[in-house]
Design a protein around this ligand. Structure first.
Ligand code: ADP
Ligand code: MG
Length: 701
């Protein structure tokens, strides 16, 4: 291909020049023709229809008016200054207001000229007005080719000041379009374009800048979104194949003595079918010589720990060591406790390594690891420090709860000559489509069944005004011998206020449940670790009946006798957090309850969250709603989803397209695992491009 016109610096486009070029680069990263071409419209306005001022009866949609400005004035001063103008057509007049940009808008308005005005009317003090309308003169409109659907581009205040608001950008892009002419290379192979009935890439991009109808816009966008999702899936699946099929794994051939002994003598309960199935899936990975990278999803309380333990025994039976990494010290300690308890009387050495292990003990652990006498090392991030060396690490288990990134997982694998098998356990169910992307390089197992005898937790929503009734209910439960959690939100920005709420709450609880009949514990992040431990233990040992706490109890606490979870200001919590908190009860044989307290005023989202919680205990269903409400970024934490090279595609709205992309990517790789076939040449190139980590991967031609 000849040198591409799209590489031309933006300065040289008609209508740009050095000053605007500089600003375009600084403000929008548009350095060359290509980047401008890929500055796609974010919406369109239908310019084929005109309204009359007297037609305006609702604020439901945008209107396009034709008329004149009859008055323009600046109102107020300084930052509060706004620009107000009266716009008239033959049917009436309407006020226009700009709160920003008065400086560059005012000079564009000339009396006696005809303008086309576009905006969304709203009712203010009983008269209609339009805030921040777009407008252009009839002369300017005539100068442009007729385009019924006019693209709207995002811009910035500074660019607008230089005449590059949406219309200015549109003009530049219109100057560019005729020159493109074959400059946008195809990225998808012809067979795939045919199969999906997609438009060519160039056609899609040009078409989005100059569309003729809404249907084609949809088709063009779909093509580009598919491409993003498809290449992402290819990259992930290639990585997965590399990790599993191609990477030699240590082979756990034997079901040995320890496994058998545990099964025969120590198994504390009959495994659920889901647990058995998952263990089988894991066995299927580890005894074949292929490498395991598996995500184990199971709701809180579904019994992942024993699955981890059994896998650990298989590794040990085959002469390997095991690492179990947890996100918090509490959780690591809890794993240590349950492992030690379940392994009592067996010849398996387990140690705990966390940040608070003293140097001498730490050294002992290090040497026991290196001489191979230690079988299982449980810990926090401390495990991935370079000083921690295993003699023979065969299995790395990560109890993740969303807190470890991909990079941290990778560090664990580097701790052995042959990459150890990796089992990532997560307690927060991840919607399928998200798992496909964020964990797209892993195989997935699901424990979708709770141990028998668990009663569904009953969840109700109560307003603050019914607090007395709630207290009475708590009193009755305590009288039956149960224990109660009362949780307060603690959100970073409003810490001081939140602590006050917490302390006020604690006071009112102690007043309603006074000593000596009752004992109330309190736990929050500002307490000294000793004090926290003490209070926590009081509750765990049943010496206090009520635990007032912040979300520190979200992970790690296991008090089967606690049967009521009261969540204060629950409208402020996210869904997955509510679900996690609720998982603290329902661990014993008794009927458990979750009471969601709120004030009277609730946003629509909050209402949806509360309704969802009351409707279902199913973590997967909750996760789906959460994803819809919050979007993938918030759900996964930015460090994970921010890496996704998605500009147009949206993991929530484009679910179906994602599933299709995944499916086709799987098919392609099944037939052509390394994309060596001639017909997949473009795919191979696309994958390389993404791996090179170019920021604008979707934009490279
Ligand atoms: P999580 O998946 O949240 O880590 P745990 O492994 O902590 O769940 O298990 C929760 C509780 O259920 C523990 O007390 C555990 O002993 C118990 N448990 C796990 N599996 C079973 C089972 N098959 N039958 C009965 N109880 C079980
Ligand atoms: Mg667990």
């Amino acid at each position: 291909m000849s040198e591409n016109i799209l590489d031309t610096p933006i300065e040289f486009l008609k209508g740009v020049g050095p000053v605007r070029a500089d600003l375009l680069t600084k403000e929008l990263g548009i350095r060359n023709f290509r980047r401008l071409l890929f500055h796609l419209p974010f919406r369109y306005v239908d310019r084929s229809q005109f309204h009359q001022v007297s037609d305006i009866v609702s604020d439901a949609g945008f209107v396009q008016l034709k008329g004149e400005f009859t008055k323009v004035q600046e109102i107020g001063v300084g930052r509060k200054m706004r620009l107000s103008a009266v716009f008239e057509d033959e049917s009436g007049r309407i006020e226009c207001v700009w709160f920003k940009g008065a400086k560059w808008i005012k000079p564009k308005i000339h009396y006696g000229k005809t303008y086309i005005l576009y905006g969304k009317p709203s009712l203010y003090k009983n008269t209609w007005n339009i805030t921040h309308p777009d407008f252009e003169s009839m002369d300017a409109r005539r100068g442009r080719p007729e385009q019924p659907l006019q693209p709207v581009y995002s811009s910035t205040e500074k660019l607008s000041g230089k005449g590059l608001h949406t219309n200015g950008l549109m003009k530049l892009i219109q100057n560019l379009l005729p020159q493109v002419n074959g400059g946008v290379p195809e990225t998808l192979p012809q067979w795939l374009i045919d199969k999906m009935k997609f438009p060519a890439r160039e056609k899609a991009i040009l078409g989005l800048h100059a569309p003729t109808d809404l249907k084609s816009i949809e088709a063009f966008r779909t093509r580009l979104k598919f491409e993003e999702l498809f290449f992402l899936q290819l990259v992930l699946l290639l990585k997965k194949n590399q990790q599993t099929i191609e990477l030699p794994g240590v082979r756990f051939e034997r079901v040995g003595e320890k496994f058998n002994q545990f099964y025969a003598e120590k198994l504390p309960f009959e495994l659920t079918n889901a647990q058995k199935r998952v263990i089988k899936e894991i066995r299927g990975d580890v005894n074949t010589g292929r490498h395991m990278s598996r995500l184990l999803q199971g709701d809180v309380g579904s019994g992942k720990t024993i699955v981890a333990l059994i896998c650990a025994l298989i590794a040990i039976d085959n002469g390997f060591q095991v690492a179990l990494m947890a996100p918090t010290e509490i959780l690591a300690t809890q794993h240590m406790e349950s492992f030690t308890k379940m392994l009592e009387g067996m010849d398996v050495n387990v140690a705990l390594l966390t940040g608070s292990v003293k140097t001498a003990a730490r050294k002992e652990i290090h040497s026991a690891l290196e001489d191979g006498s230690l079988d299982i090392l449980i810990g926090t991030h401390a495990l991935i420090e370079p000083k921690v060396k295993f003699q023979n690490l065969g299995l790395a288990i990560v109890d993740e709860q969303h807190r470890f990134g991909v990079a941290q997982r990778a560090k664990l694998w580097k701790k052995a000559a042959l990459a150890p098998h990796v089992l990532v356990m997560t307690a927060t169910p991840i919607p399928r489509t998200l798992a496909m992307t964020v964990y797209g390089d892993l195989d997935v197992s699901v424990i979708d069944e709770l141990p028998p005898g668990r009663k569904e937790i009953r969840t109700v929503h109560r307003f603050d005004k019914s607090r007395l009734k709630v207290f009475q209910f708590i009193r009755d439960e305590i009288a039956k011998g149960r224990q109660i959690y009362v949780v307060y939100p603690l959100i970073e920005e409003s810490q001081a206020m939140d602590y006050k709420d917490l302390m006020d709450g604690y006071e009112s609880v102690t007043r309603a449940f006074p000593a000596p009949d009752y004992r109330v514990s309190i736990v929050h992040g500002k307490m000294k670790p000793e004090d926290k431990d003490f209070e926590m233990r009081q509750f765990a040992e049943g010496k206090s009946q009520i635990l007032v706490a912040t979300t520190v109890i979200e992970v790690g606490v296991n008090v089967p006798n606690a049967s009521v979870m009261v969540i204060e200001s629950s409208e402020r919590f996210g869904l997955s957090q509510l679900h996690q908190l609720r998982g603290r009860v329902g661990r014993g044989a008794e009927q458990s309850y979750c009471i969601l307290m709120t004030g009277e005023k609730l946003s629509n989202d909050a209402r949806t969250r509360l309704e969802t919680m009351c409707r279902t205990n199913d973590g997967f269903e909750i996760a789906e709603v959460d994803l819809d409400l919050r979007g993938p970024g918030d759900l996964m934490g930015t460090q994970q989803s921010g890496d996704l090279p998605l500009d147009l595609a949206d993991l929530v709205k484009d679910k179906q397209l994602l599933v299709t992309a995944r499916h086709i990517a799987e098919q392609v790789l099944e037939e052509d695992p390394h994309l060596d076939a001639d017909q997949n040449r473009l795919l191979k190139e696309g994958v390389k491009r993404i791996r090179r980590g170019k920021q604008d991967w979707s934009r490279i031609s």
